[in-house]
Design a protein around this ligand. Structure first.
Ligand SMILES: [Zn+2]
Length: 294
């Protein structure tokens, strides 16, 4: 029974997030006219429990995904009938992610990593549930006299979206902020990400709910930006020394470990070294492309 009443963090009046699931930090805003959801739990058993907790706050009206990575969207399936919102580039990315989120390989892994979820997985009642209402640069939603602003802040991923709740001074950033856990730069344009952090810093915000890690505030943004700068710096050095992409990946990992001081979050530790390689390969391509233009 204790597992059912999982703790949930109240970050402001009517604004909640869960930071202990395996996967991202899903959140929601409880309004006088139902619930506005931000992202969904990755594990099926967490998603159905989350759904029951949220339904205590009223009907589930909207769901917005901050980004297309499976740990933010796989749980959408367990919220049939909820209107899903997303930046326009989310639609194709959601479709591309479906093979990574379904099928027998994922099921076989789940049998050992999360047996409680198996009976809910690939369940006929829970088909994929992609965004159907899209926007380009921003979308304003009014729910129960609560204004919510969805803002396109490309960085960690191209469709990356922040959700601003001005009356509560809260911003959900998704993975544009990794609070004190390892930053995934595996597909980001690092310069776009720095611009997104500047735009986030310009908002009137008291509390930031990051994609992973504890809620924080704007003071952390400069640390997050420094990690991105460090990635650019170390890869620019490889390029300056004339190393190819493969040679850059083969450089000693101690150098890379100084780039980002934080441990990898939420059960992702088996990916730590492969993530370094993916980060280097991605940043390398962006550094070379930028130098070709300059
Ligand atoms: Zn992500």
């Amino acid at each position: 029974m204790g597992a059912y009443r999982r703790p949930m963090r109240r970050v402001a009046e009517g604004v909640y997030a869960e930071i202990y699931f395996w996967g991202c930090n899903p959140g929601f805003v409880s309004t006088g006219d139902g619930v506005f959801m931000i992202d969904t739990p990755q594990q099926p058993i967490d998603a159905v429990r989350w759904r029951e907790r949220l339904q205590e706050h009223g009907p589930l009206r909207y769901l917005v995904n901050t980004e297309p990575h499976p740990d933010h969207i796989r749980g959408n399936a367990y919220f049939p009938g909820v209107e899903v919102l997303g930046q326009e580039r989310m639609v194709a990315r959601y479709a591309d992610a479906i093979p990574m989120m379904t099928g027998t390989t994922v099921l076989d892994t789940m049998k050992t990593t999360d047996p409680d979820s198996v009976w809910l997985f690939n369940h006929p009642d829970y088909p994929p549930n992609p965004p159907t209402r899209t926007f380009s640069s921003s979308l304003d939603v009014e729910l129960g006299n609560q204004a919510l602003h969805l803002i396109h802040h490309p960085g960690h991923t191209p469709p990356q979206t922040s959700i601003y709740v001005p009356s509560r001074g809260v911003l959900f950033t998704g993975d544009n902020v990794f609070y004190k856990c390892k930053t995934f730069v595996q597909e980001a344009d690092p310069w776009e990400w720095l611009a997104a952090l500047d735009a986030i810093g310009a908002l009137d915000v008291e509390t930031i709910v990051p994609g992973h890690g504890e809620p924080c505030d704007k003071r952390y943004l400069s640390q997050q930006a420094q990690i991105i700068q460090n990635w650019i710096g170390v890869v620019e050095d490889y390029v300056r020394r004339g190393l190819s992409e493969d040679e850059a990946v083969a450089e000693p990992l101690e150098v890379v470990r100084n780039v980002d001081p934080w441990p990898i979050g939420q059960r992702l530790f088996p990916m730590s070294d492969s993530l370094n390689e993916r980060n280097i390969r991605n940043v390398y391509k962006h550094v070379v492309a930028r130098q070709a233009v300059a």
